[in-house]
Write a protein that binds this ligand. Structure first.
Ligand SMILES: [Zn+2]
Length: 189
């Protein structure tokens, strides 16, 4: 490992916020050149380094990051898992979508994560995904069954967002064409 990368990891693990912030910004500004460092850092033995690298993947991830992100969803540290759930779910921060089944990954964390905070972030992100029958079913189940009032209120909001999203288009025909056009208009705003 070269010393520049080592310096980044040392700084990302600093007790001093300003030092962590400077390293974070430095990596962010490197853009896609930082991705190899982020992949290495996502497997670092210090949770704060893993969390920072996973958080940066929210903005910089490309295909090289998919494996790291899927592992981070099951990290021992809830901080790392929380950043991983955001990084996997959040499309707004990304230049390109990841080849991950995002809805399935989020549902798995909603159902199985031991941390209420991670489950809440996963529910919130489910609401932001394109309409998906699996997401709608899980949100309805959470609303009906969960004892966590914070989770239930987020699930209600997420369900509203999911149900407000247009139905996926037909595989062929006019419906598909007009949906594609709408998407183009929305993307150009
Ligand atoms: Zn984001």
């Amino acid at each position: 490992m070269n010393s520049n990368v080592d310096r980044y990891f040392l700084a990302l693990d600093s007790e001093v916020w300003a030092i962590r912030e400077k390293a974070f910004t430095g990596l962010f500004n490197e853009g896609s050149r930082a991705v190899a460092t982020l992949v290495t850092g996502a497997a670092h033995n210090r949770p704060r380094v893993r969390a920072a690298c996973v958080a940066l993947m929210d903005h910089l991830a490309d295909e090289r990051c998919c494996e790291s992100l899927e592992q981070a969803l099951h990290d021992a540290s809830p901080l790392v898992r929380r950043h991983a759930v955001h990084a996997v779910g959040c499309q707004r921060c990304k230049l390109q979508p990841l080849s991950i089944d995002v809805v399935a990954a989020l549902i798995e964390r909603v159902l199985n994560d031991s941390s209420p905070r991670v489950r809440r972030v996963a529910i919130h992100q489910l609401g932001l995904q394109p309409r998906d029958a699996r997401a709608i079913q899980v949100l309805k189940n959470v609303i009906a069954e969960s004892q966590d009032t914070g989770l239930v209120s987020r699930a209600r909001h997420a369900l509203c967002l999911q149900q407000a999203t247009a139905e996926p288009p037909d595989a062929n025909g006019l419906a598909a064409a007009s949906w594609m056009m709408d998407r183009t208009v929305v993307a150009s705003l």
